[in-house]
Design a binder for this molecule. Structure first.
Ligand SMILES: [Zn+2]
Length: 506
């Protein structure tokens, strides 16, 4: 029998492609991992058919802020509609080793990482060599004693040169831009940052910044941080992407949002992202928690910091410091806004999540065992005793399920754009593969999802974090089904590495 024209046919769905504004009932034909036809396609032309009637068919979501980076993390994100998941804020080192490790892990979703500034700084100033066997979140806990002043001090001119050289090697090895987790080394000064951003500009590579200071009050306020980043974009020409507008501008979201708007209206290369939760997550040793005036500066108390694997809230600063000394890489949830109880807090969250032209990005965290160690197993369903942050399983579905379906605060086209073409465009300059992603068009990669617009919803909560999201009924990565009829195929491992312009730049 002759081979049929298509490997898969997605039949009769509402095809939404924000890149072109297309929104119509159509069939999608997929062959050899690529979308090869869109229109009215006879069912007999395909090997397999996915009935999408009554469902939305759109590009898979591009998550530009994802720390999970494991098979288990991929599976949870697949149910959240994600087909590409990138570690860009913290980044990795050495870049080449990290990609090798992911290939061995047989990833499910497309993956990639930036070159890490923070690990370069730890290496150069603290003598803490990146361990390729460690997960980036484990590396974040290394050197919590601030040896060499890597976190608190400004770097000397030779140190800055060395840091830039290490980062540049990461770019050469395929790092997708530069991850600048500045908030974890607030001592880094403008002279260093202008060099690092100058490097990014020379490589035409974006930076992904966690702002240096988070506070509602000057000096070292969130506003000061935003203005610094805008200034760096203007002065160096680097594309400055600002991570999680929602969690770093605290109570000053309106003001920080206005600053970004002004900068963008002047043509400066500044972009933002947000996730729809009023709770953040990071390592317990993050320097901003340890600052003496943390409660006054952030408007939150120590009880807002909750150890993920034990669900224990910190009592006071001594408790925090002791916990951090014991296990600096332990993950915590930080409840900075109470959007469920406080309407004003929900409105603050909305300002960041609905920022026009802003991406949705999860900041998904790794999955953690009850003893605090990271989980790299491949059990499915994910064992109930594992913990993370609900955003690791429900960012995009929560955004569409609440902001679009339940609350009507955003149209479906715009909602999907914020999960697909908007984050894609942040990366296009340095990541050639992005030209064929986040689009339902002939010739583009078949990273496609089918979801039920009446059912799409996040299910993970702080009391049940491993609950997969609902509503994503089919998910294909490079034309290979990972989810069909709402069921996961644990053997399907189509994830491919995405590498930055690398050798072409510099
Ligand atoms: Zn993050």
């Amino acid at each position: 029998m002759a081979k049929r024209a298509f490997d898969h046919l997605i039949k009769g769905g509402r095809v939404i492609d924000p890149a072109t504004g297309r929104d119509e009932i159509a069939d999608i034909g997929i062959a050899a991992g690529v979308i090869t036809a869109i229109g009215n396609i006879p069912a007999e032309d395909a090997e397999t058919r996915i009935d999408a009637s009554g469902k939305v068919v759109c590009p898979g979501f591009i998550d530009i802020h994802a720390h999970g980076q494991s098979v288990a993390a991929d599976w949870m994100q697949a149910f959240d509609g994600v087909t590409t998941t990138l570690e860009l804020e913290v980044g990795v080192l050495p870049v080449r080793d990290w990609y090798t490790r992911q290939a061995r892990a047989r990833r499910v979703l497309n993956y990639g990482a930036s070159a890490s500034w923070i690990f370069a700084r730890k290496q150069v100033m603290g003598g803490i060599l990146p361990d390729p066997g460690k997960h980036p979140m484990e590396m974040m806990g290394e050197g919590a004693d601030n040896r060499g002043g890597w976190s608190s001090d400004s770097a000397s001119a030779p140190q800055v040169a060395d840091i830039c050289a290490v980062v540049e090697t990461g770019l050469r090895e395929g790092g997708i831009g530069i991850g600048i987790a500045h908030g974890y080394a607030p001592g880094a000064g403008i002279k260093e940052m202008s060099e690092v951003c100058g490097l990014a500009a020379r490589w035409n590579a974006p930076t992904f910044t966690h702002i240096p200071f988070m506070a509602n009050t000057d000096p070292r306020s969130s506003e000061e941080s935003y203005i610094r980043i805008i200034g760096l974009a203007a002065a160096t020409g680097a594309h400055m992407h600002i991570c999680h507008l929602n969690s770093t501008s605290l109570q000053d979201i309106a003001r920080c949002r206005a600053l970004i708007e002004q900068a963008q209206s002047r043509g400066l290369p500044v972009t933002v992202e947000a996730y729809p939760y009023g709770t953040g997550s990071t390592v317990v040793s993050a320097s901003f928690f340890a600052a003496r005036d943390f409660p006054e500066r952030t408007g939150t108390g120590y009880a807002s910091i909750e150890l993920i694997h034990t669900r224990r809230h910190m009592r006071d600063r001594d408790d925090l410091l002791a916990t951090s000394a014991e296990d600096p890489a332990a993950l915590v949830a930080w409840h900075f806004l109470d959007s469920a109880q406080d309407r004003a807090h929900q409105e603050l969250l909305d300002l960041s999540v609905l920022y026009p032209g802003g991406a949705i990005a999860s900041d998904a965290m790794p999955w953690v065992e009850p003893d605090g160690s990271l989980y790299f197993g491949e059990d499915w369903p994910l064992p109930r005793h594992l913990s993370s942050h609900p955003r690791s399983a429900g960012t995009f579905t929560k955004f569409i399920g609440e902001y679009h379906r339940a609350w009507g605060k955003v149209g479906l086209m715009e909602a999907i754009a914020k999960c697909t073409i908007v984050p894609c465009r942040v990366l296009e300059a340095c990541l050639p593969a992005m030209a064929r992603k986040a689009r339902l068009q002939e010739g583009c990669d078949a990273d496609v999802i089918v979801f039920d617009p009446a059912r799409i919803a996040a299910k993970a909560s702080f009391s049940h974090m491993t609950a997969p999201a609902e509503g994503v009924e089919a998910l294909l990565v490079g034309g290979m089904p990972v989810i069909l009829d709402g069921r996961l195929d644990t053997q399907s491992r189509p994830g491919r590495p995405l590498r930055g312009g690398g050798a072409a730049g510099g």
